[in-house]
Write a protein that binds this ligand. Sequence first.
Ligand SMILES: [Mg+2]
Length: 317
Amino acid sequence: MAERERIANYFAALSAAEPGSFLLTDDAALLTSPPGQSIVITTDSVIAGIHLPVDAKPHHFAQKLVRRNLSDLAAMGAVPWRYLLNLHTPPGLGDDWIAQFAAALAEEQRLFGMVLVGGDTTSSEAPIHFTLTCLGLANDTTLRRNGAYVDDDVYVSGTLGDAAYALYQLQHNMAIEEALFQRYVAPTPRLELGQMLVGIATSAIDISDGLLADLSQLLQASKVGANLVRDILPLHPYVANIIAKDANAWRFPLSGGDDYELLFTASPEQRTRIEAIAQAVQLPLTRIGIITSALGITLRDAKGEIIPLPELGWEYR
Ligand SMILES: [Mg+2]
């Protein structure tokens, strides 16, 4: 099917709720943000063989592509609004595949309240490479990475290392724990949490490259350091069980990627409010450490012994 037909058949309907998209028939879209709101823009890609297995299903591509982007909006405290989509597909990818992808995208739009307003499709021999540019809305204030103060508490949402362990299972042809696999292919962007933290958290970042790597980014932006206690990191029971058998498995929650949880800092005066937010969003928010004037990350175990830091970041991809 020709590019124009694919757009008309599968993607035009996804743009119907935004008149300024012109049903994807013009050269560009024309958008007006709601009065008093700023537009927050982010972009991210999903490449077969890097961010998902080459044989992942069409709906996995739709979910991961959308949610990776939305996690960045969550980290800013923004609300999803509109998006643009660039598809680079190998010629062998049939219309069935595209139809399933578009159907999954429609479901993601419905779940997160977004509308497609433009994009591009090309065909080449390279593996599937999709890029989404997401526009969110925010009031004057957004969350930023650079506001952490000395003595602030350091928090993390949800559990860490689930997706990294699922990927490890995939790569080693092990039986995959379904709950962890879902965390890998369809992470839940912490949008509601991010929005509720505006005005309460002093800084925030989403964890995409691993706890230590992303905390390090936040600390550098804020020009501070942190003391962390490894043994209080929030873990899925399955990951906790693996760690109980093999301490090397601490690498999954510490430096595995793809968590898409929020890491944030707040003054100790906000503890009661943050507990209330945890209740409201029905998500554990765990206090894992404290901000220090000494730069860098100091990691300790439950006994207070310092643990030498492993390489930060992507080493387990
Ligand atoms: Mg991010």
